[in-house]
Ligand binder design. Structure first.
Ligand code: 15L
Length: 266
């Protein structure tokens, strides 16, 4: 049997770095694409140094690929021009290359900031319509729409994950992380579910751990086979001394992004 080849864009970024060791499997080759230099650990990894905005490089990177996890792009607020170029145009280039190469399954990283101006509410459904909090959030809403378009036009299976906060621990995030954290191990479980769910079509799901203070719905991810085993609450004591958010940062899903200046890299 030939190996399954999974292309990960943005593999040297925050989420990519956490996923790289966790998505290794016998019978799987990870093709790791990033602008930053990377080194293959062994024959189960292939390195591509390229930008997601480069159509020729993306076409080459998609050759022989079975599934694509698109994490590449700016992961927080930046200028409108940079956000448009890398996140929106870049995702269109990625989807175009994937479609031309016959990749039938694509997983796209969206973010809670696509709905950052939704009020904090219990069990926020994964298909809440966009209420972005930043240009970054607008780009994530556009990524969701692009994924939907490529599914409807070309029949590709496209799963878009609205990621909460995927970091090693919720500690750097402060108290908000007790609700938004997606543990790296849960993220790997979620990506595995997205890779293996039979014929998912187009899905929009939340990426979050089963946190005691969770406000995002897990139902849509669980319908794909995801089972969270982590809960940020185990860090609650360590976060107790940190100041709780106030004002819009406390009232809206996007937290501090809701008041950060637009277009300013932070
Ligand atoms: C995101 O989308 C960012 O990529 C990440 O850096 C965090 O800020 C996260 O959202 C969050 O909301 O905590």
């Amino acid at each position: 049997m030939t190996d399954q080849r999974v292309l990960i864009t943005g593999s040297a970024g925050v989420v990519g770095t956490l996923m790289r060791p966790r998505l290794r499997r016998p019978g799987r080759v990870l093709r790791l694409l990033d602008l930053a230099p990377q080194t293959a650990s062994d024959a189960s990894e292939e390195i591509v140094t390229a930008s997601v905005t480069d159509p020729a490089a993306m076409a080459a990177a998609c050759e022989g690929v079975d599934a694509l996890i698109h994490l590449g792009g700016h992961s927080r607020e930046n200028s409108w021009e940079a956000t448009l170029d890398v996140n929106i145009n870049g995702t269109q280039k990625v989807l175009e290359a994937a479609q031309a190469a016959g990749i039938s399954r694509v997983i796209l990283a969206s973010s809670n900031h696509a709905v950052g101006f939704r009020r904090v509410d219990s069990d926020l459904p994964a298909d809440s319509s966009p209420r972005p909090d930043t240009y970054y959030g607008v780009s994530k809403a556009a990524i969701e729409a692009l994924g939907s378009l490529y599914h409807s036009r070309f029949g590709m299976d496209v799963i878009v994950i609205r990621i909460g906060s995927c970091f090693e621990t919720p500690l750097p995030l402060g108290p908000r992380g007790l609700s938004t954290w997606l543990s790296p191990d849960d993220a790997a479980r979620l990506f595995e579910a997205c890779l293996s769910a039979p014929s998912p079509g187009y899905r929009l799901i939340w990426g979050v751990s089963d946190n005691t203070r969770r406000i995002y719905s897990l139902a849509e991810a669980e319908a794909l086979g995801y089972k969270s085993l982590d809960d940020a609450e185990v860090y609650a004591d360590q976060l107790a001394a940190k100041p709780a958010p106030t004002g819009p940062a406390a009232e809206y899903v996007g937290g501090p992004f809701c008041t950060a200046p637009l277009g300013v890299f932070n």
